[in-house]
Write a protein that binds this ligand. Sequence first.
Ligand SMILES: CC(C)(COP(=O)(O)OP(=O)(O)OC[C@H]1O[C@@H](n2cnc3c(N)ncnc32)[C@H](O)[C@@H]1OP(=O)(O)O)[C@@H](O)C(=O)NCCC(=O)NCCS
Length: 182
Amino acid sequence: MMLVNTLRRLKWMIRFGKGGHSLRELPWIKGKLYVNRSGTLRIGKRVRFVGKPWATQLTVEKGGVLEIGDHTFINAGVGIAARQRISIGSDVKIGPRTSILDSMYHQLDANDSPDASKPIVIGNNVWIGTRCTILPGVTIGENAVVAAGSLVNKDVPKNVLVAGTPARIIRELDIPEGWIRQ
Ligand SMILES: CC(C)(COP(=O)(O)OP(=O)(O)OC[C@H]1O[C@@H](n2cnc3c(N)ncnc32)[C@H](O)[C@@H]1OP(=O)(O)O)[C@@H](O)C(=O)NCCC(=O)NCCS
C-alpha cells in the first residue's frame, strides 16, 4: 500500500511538479483522482484525496485558479470545478460526494451571462459534510461546519454550524484558539 502511494506521488510529481514540496508532502491519493487542469492548480502539503468507491474530480478551466491548503482532506466522489477561483484553506475536511463549483455553467435564460462565475473561499479548519453543494460566490468562514446534504448559497460566518437547503445557521460552535478538528 505504501509502495502504491509512493508510485502515485511520483506520478503526481512527474505530471504536476513538486511545487516546492518534499516527496512526503506531496498529495496522498487512494483510488481515482481525475485532474482536468487548464488553469492554475496549487496543492498544499500532505493533502489527502480519496477516490474510491467514487472517483474524485478536480477541474480548473483556462484562466481559473484552484488552491487547496495544507493537510486538507477530500473524500470520495467530490467534484470541484474552478472557472474563476476556488480557495480552500488548510485542515479542511470535505465529505463524500460534495460539489463545489464557482460557475453555473449554463444560462438561466437569454438575459443571463454565459460565463458568470464568482469566487468561492473556504476557510481553514472548515468541515463540509457528505453530499453538500457549495454554489458560486460563497465564503465559508474558518472552523464552520456544513451539515450533511446542505446547499450553501450564501456566506457562512466563522465558527458556526449551518444545515439545510438552503443552509441556515443552527448554532455557534465552541472553537478554542488554534484548535484543529480531527
Ligand atoms: C450537523 C451534525 C454534525 C449534527 O450536529 P449536532 O450538533 O449533533 O446537531 P443536532 O443533531 O443536535 O441537530 C441540531 C439541529 O440541526 C438540524 N440538523 C442537523 N443535521 C442536519 C442536516 N444534515 N440537515 C438539516 N438539518 C440538520 C437538526 O434537525 C436540528 O434541528 P432542530 O433543532 O430544529 O431539531 C450532523 O447532523 C451532520 O450533518 N454530520 C455530517 C456527517 C458527514 O457528512 N460526515 C462526512 C464524513 S467526512
